[in-house]
Design a protein around this ligand. Structure first.
Ligand code: 5GP
Length: 140
């Protein structure tokens, strides 16, 4: 079954669109964390970021930056959180890749911090990751 986002993109469910491009759309979240909370969504219905085709992924930085500029211009927010919940364990509810771009204001009371832990074994972990990095290319 198509995801809720695919159904919105197809016009089967209403959506408040900010833009449509050949590979991406942005629309407002129906349950916003703050005024202007937007979602950047690829047309291709991939569950995880790494599942996206390289050409689609390559667009993302440009679109996130432009969407952030539009949100700041319209809402007057001085900052945003850009969040992607990549997998159900990380809090992803809709299995169709999407970035949240959430406007923030001073003292808005929303906070945003993961609980920090003491860093142990960092050098070993970094070395293991560097080895893994070298075995992968940008499309894997
Ligand atoms: P996730 O938890 O998957 O990272 O975020 C899913 C987001 O999709 C939530 O913030 C939720 O409010 C939003 N959402 C769920 N259903 C709809 C819908 O029908 N329309 C819109 N515009 N947003 C939705």
């Amino acid at each position: 079954m198509a995801s809720i986002f695919s159904r919105i993109i197809a016009g089967q469910i209403p959506g408040d669109f900010i833009f449509r491009e050949p590979r991406w759309v942005a629309l407002l979240d129906i349950r916003p964390t703050s005024a202007g909370h937007a979602l950047l969504i690829p047309l291709v219905e991939a569950p995880l970021l790494a599942d996206l085709p390289p050409a689609t992924l390559a667009d993302a930085g440009r679109l996130l930056a432009r969407l952030t500029r539009a949100l700041k211009q319209v809402t007057g927010c001085p900052a945003v959180n850009i969040v992607l919940n990549d997998g159900p364990v990380a809090g992803q509810e809709v299995p169709h890749v999407h970035w949240h771009v959430v406007p923030r204001w001073p003292d808005d009371g929303r906070g945003y911090r993961f609980a920090p832990q003491p860093g142990t074994g960092l050098a070993t972990l970094a070395a293991d990751l560097a080895t893994a990095w070298d075995t992968l290319d940008n499309d894997q």
